[in-house]
Write a protein that binds this ligand. Sequence first.
Ligand SMILES: [Zn+2]
Length: 439
Amino acid sequence: MLLQLSIRDFVIVQDLELEFQAGFTALTGETGAGKSILIDALALALGGRADADQVRSGAERAEVSAEFSVQTLPLLQQWLVQSELQGDPGQLLLRRVVDRNGRSRALINGHVATVAQLREVGAQIILGNTYHLFVRPGMDVMRHFGGLHRFMNWDGPILTDSGGFQVFSLAKLRKITEEGVHFQNHIDGSPMFLGPREAMEIQAALGSDIAMLFDECPPFPCPHEKVAESLERTLRWAARCKEVPTPGMKFGIVQGSSFEDLRRHSAEALVALGFDGYAVGGVSVGEPEPEMMRAVEYSVPFLPAEKPRYAMGLGTPPQLVEMVARGIDMFDCVLPTRLARNGTAYTARGTISLKNAQFTLDAGPIEEGCACAACRGFSRGYLRHLVKSEEILGLRLISLHNLHFYLELMARMRREIEAGTFAAFRREFVAGYRTSAEP
Ligand SMILES: [Zn+2]
C-alpha cells in the first residue's frame, strides 16, 4: 500500500508531503484545487510519461517520490533482491525526477533502474536501430514519446544507424532508385520507403546524438563494377544526408566491398565532404576474416586519426583487438547479448556454454576476478540451473557479464595503448583466446 507521496516543483505544487493511512482514502476539493495533480504525480512515480511541462515554472526539476509498504508482497520483494534494487526491508521507494528539458530519471529504492545496470557495466553509449524503430513501434509512437532518450529513459548518448544495412539485409522486394529504396518490411510485408532524407529525418526525430549516413551495403561477393556504381550513389546520398539537420553529430560510412581502390575513393570522398566521424561499413557481411581485415586496412589510412573511426557490426574479442591494432576506435556488436540469450558467456580464454553439464557443481563465477553483477553474486552452477530452467534471470545475468566483458576489453585496450604495451597485450590475448567455440 501507498504510505507517503512527496511532491516538489511539480506543475503548480512547490512542496507537498502526504501521508496515507490503511484503508480507503478520499480526496475532496473544488474543481481546480489540484486533486488531479496528485494523481498525475503518482502516475509519474509509477512510470508514467514525463514531460517538461510538469516542471513548475521557474524550477530546475520536478521530483515525485512514492513510498509503499510491500510487506505482504513476497514475489515483489524477491524481484527487488534479484534485481539488486532492494531498500529498507518491506519498503519500496519509487522516485522520479524530470528536468526542464523533459528528460527523466526513475529510481527504485534509490537505485536507477535498468539504466543503473547499464551504467554499472560501464556503457557510455547505446545504439538504436533506425530500421527496426521505423518498422515497429513506428515514428508516431517515437514522436509521441519525444524521441528515443525519453522512450527508454536513457540520458546518455545514443548512436543510431541509418537503416541502410537492415533494408539491404532484412527487407524484401527492394527497388533502389536515385531517391532511395522501396521495400517491404520484414514484419508484415507493408511497403515502405527510406532514402537519405528520410533516414536523417527519422534519426533527428529519434533525437540521435550520432546519426549515421544512409548508405547502400552491397552483398559479398559483388563484382567491382556493381560496387563502384553503388558507391557513387552512396556518395551522392552522403551529400544529401549532410544537408538534413540533425540534433547531434553525423558519421560517414566507407563502402567499397573488398576493393582497395574503391575503399580509398570512398574514404577520401567522405573526408572531402567533412563529417564528425567515419565508419567502415560493409564488413562482417559474410566475407572471410582476412577479407574483413583487408577492408579495414584499405579504409582506415585515409580517415583522419583525430576523428572517431568506427567498425560497424563487429565482432569477436580477438577481432576487436585486431581492429584496434589497425586504428579502429569504436564498435557495435550484438554478440554479447545474442550469445547470452543462448547461455554462452565470454571469458578471456574463449566462450563457455553454461548449458554444459560440466558446470552443474561448479561453485566458481563465470570468470575469476570479473567485477560484474553476475560474477560477484552467482556461481556457474546456479547460472547453469537458471539457463536449464529457462529462467529469464539467467540470460539477463549472462548478458550483464558479456557486456561487462566487452566494455572491460575496450577499457583494457585503452590502458595498454596509454602505457605503450598494446603490442604485447595483443599478442598474448589473441594467442590465449580459443576461437573454436565461437559460433
Ligand atoms: Zn562477470
